[in-house]
Design a binder for this molecule. Sequence first.
Ligand SMILES: Cc1ncc(C[n+]2csc(CCOP(=O)(O)OP(=O)(O)O)c2C)c(N)n1
Ligand SMILES: [Mg+2]
Length: 373
Amino acid sequence: MSEIVRVIGNGADLADGEVPNELAEKDLIELFRWLVLLRTFDERAVALQRQGRIGTYALYWGEEATQAGALYACEDADWVFPSYRQNAIGILRGVPASTVLAWWRGYGGTHGFWNPRDHRVGPITVPIATHLPHAVGVAWAAKIRKDRASSLAWFGDGATSEGDFHEAMNFASVLKTSTVFFCVNNQWAISTPISKQMASETIAQKAVAYGMPGVRVDGFDPIACWKVTRDALERGRQGGGPTLIEAYCYRIMPHGTADDPRLYRDEAESEHWRALEPVGRMAEFLRRRSILDDAQEEQIRAEAKQLVAQAVTDMEAIAHPGQEILFDHVYASGRPWNFDEALDELHQVERPAEVKPLGPPTTPGAGEEGKTI
Ligand SMILES: Cc1ncc(C[n+]2csc(CCOP(=O)(O)OP(=O)(O)O)c2C)c(N)n1
Ligand SMILES: [Mg+2]
C-alpha cells in the first residue's frame, strides 16, 4: 500500500511535517478561513433542513480539507467540478451562498443555479461520476486551445465503480489532459462499505492501469491535500497528463439528512474518526506555530457566520417560483403541447397558497424517507 501524504500531526506522537515553502502564513490563515466558511455553511444548512426551510441536504462535515485544500491549489483559470458533497465549493470562488441554499430549496432557473462559465465551477452533480468526463472535456479543450487551464473533479469511493469514472480516466490518460481526479475515499457509499465496493487494496492503485500516477493523502489534512493537488496540477500543466488522488478519510456524518447510519454501521467507529476532523486540527496546528490566536479565530468564525446568515436572508427573500419551472428550460424552443397539458393538470391539483414548510425533522431515517440523493 502506498504511503499516505500527511503534513499536520496530532500535537502528540504524530509529528508535524514540513509546510511547503509556497504556503506563507497568510495562505495558511486564508486556508483556515475557507475551512471555517465551509463548516459554517454546512452546519447552518443542516439546521435549515431540520427546520423545513430547505429540502434534503447532503452534508460534508469533516470533508472540508479535501475541498478547501484542493481548491486552494487551483488557479482561478482552472475548472472545478463538484458532486453533491462539494455543493458549497462555489462560494469560495464567488458563487453567492444564497444560490447554493436556493438549490437545496429546490429552486431552479437563475435562483438555484449559476453559470459554470462565470466562476469555472461546474454545477452540483447528483448522478454519480457523470461530471468526470466533463472535467476531461474542458481540459482537453484547453489543451487544444493552448490555454493554461486545468480541471479538477471531486467524487467518492463509490463513484469508482461507475463506467464514467473509467471512461474519463482512460480518455484523460490517452489525451494527456491536465486533469486531477480527486477521489474522496470516505469509506462509505450510502450504506455500502468500501470492502463491498471493491477488491482493490487502494483506490490510488487503479491509476496504474491507466498509466497515470496515483497518490494517497490524508483527507483530513488540508495542507497535505493542497500539496498533492498542487503537484498534480504542476505536472499536468507541464504536459505530464492526469493524476488520480485518493484522499483517505471517513464519512463521519450520515450520507444525507434523510439517512440513518445507525441502521448499518457502528457509530463508535465514526467517533474514532471525528477526533481527526480538519477544522479543529488545522486550528490546533496554527496555534502550535503561533499563527492563530483566539481573537483572530473568533473574528474568522464571526465573519463566516455573518456571511451565511445573510445568505439565508437572501435565499428566503426569493419569491417561490411557480409550477411552470418544472417544465421550463427543458427545451430551448419552449414548452411543447404535452407539457402545457401536464401543467394545466398540475394547476388543478390543490396546493396551499403559501409554500408549506417541509415540516419538522423526524427521527433520522424516518419522514422524508427514501428521499436520498
Ligand atoms: C448514477 C447514480 N447511481 C446511483 C445514485 C444513488 N447514489 C447517490 S449517492 C450514492 C453513493 C455514492 O457514494 P460515493 O461515491 O462514495 O460518494 P459519497 O456519497 O460518499 O460522497 C449513490 C449510489 C446516483 N445518485 N447516481
Ligand atoms: Mg463515499
